[in-house]
Design a protein around this ligand. Structure first.
Ligand code: HEC
Ligand code: HEC
Length: 209
């Protein structure tokens, strides 16, 4: 977080605690907010859209961290269209979504989605690429992303069964240096991957259904 972002977060927190900020989400009940999140992320946070990640079953540590990363714009603030719900067809960004939330609301949403079950996406994959990806994963990633990247208790996100379209975007953002990685050791490994290895890894994660 840079100084300006830090100051902005503090200013927002102060304004919210004094009740000055009256954005729609700032006053909303968490169940209403969940409805809005689910209109993109799917019922109970299980996505049916390849470009939108499933967020059910994440560890609380990672979920909360990611929400603050969007608040701080430490991840790309890409425009995305609501695929369903009241706002279907209109656009927003994850940064805007996160910016409207108080710390308390983020904490409640974190607990809510951590209590839901992750369900692997049903999607096509190439078996030969997946096998290649499995050995790259074992060599470079399994140490922190255990059980093929399916164990939330690692506090390292969930990779197994995540949507391919979303993972492609994530790795493109890493390659462009536009998305933060908390662990230097991971950055070292990811930066060393060539395009073919990245593709194989994505097919491996998609193959776990
Ligand atoms: C308009 C659609 C849309 C809405 C509404 C939305 N999201 Fe997202 N969300 C996305 C997309 C697309 C991404 C992936 C963005 C990226 O590349 O970082 C994402 C990413 C995330 C992530 C990171 C997941 C990961 O694996 O790193 C979390 C956590 C998240 N959203 C939570 C929420 C919560 C909580 C809400 C409700 C307050 C919400 N989202 C509302 C579309 C949406
Ligand atoms: C030293 C431990 C470590 C290693 C090694 C590691 N990771 Fe990670 N990874 C993490 C942690 C911790 C997170 C969660 C915080 C973050 O996103 O930076 C994470 C997050 C991720 C995410 C983002 C998930 C999401 O939903 O946003 C992806 C993708 C990922 N890792 C892929 C890999 C791949 C592929 C490798 C091997 C080439 C790898 N990681 C190696 C620790 C590691």
């Amino acid at each position: 977080m840079n100084v300006i972002q830090g100051a902005r977060r503090t200013a927002v927190a102060v304004a919210m605690s004094l009740g000055w900020l009256v954005s729609p989400l700032a006053q909303a009940d968490v169940s209403d907010i969940v409805k809005e999140c689910d209109s993109c992320h799917g019922a109970d946070g299980v996505s049916t859209e390849s470009k939108i990640p499933t967020i059910a079953g994440f560890s609380e540590f990672v979920f909360e961290e990611y929400m603050y990363q969007y608040q701080d714009e430490a991840r790309p603030c890409r425009e995305v269209e609501y695929p369903s719900g009241d706002e279907k067809g209109t656009k927003t960004t994850m940064c805007e979504e996160a910016a409207e939330l108080s710390e308390e609301q983020i904490s409640e949403l974190t607990g809510y989605y951590a209590g839901k079950s992750f369900k692997a996406a049903t999607q096509e994959f190439d078996a030969a690429l997946a096998a290649e990806g499995a050995s790259i994963h074992k060599r470079d990633c399994e140490k922190c992303h255990t059980d093929g990247g399916s164990y939330a208790g690692d506090d390292a996100g969930l990779l197994a069964g995540q949507w391919m379209g979303y993972l492609q975007q994530v790795f493109a953002d890493y390659a462009a240096g536009e998305r933060s990685m908390m662990e230097d050791k991971m950055k070292e490994k990811v930066d060393a991957l060539d395009e073919a290895s990245t593709k194989a890894l994505i097919h491996y994660y998609a193959s776990q259904q």
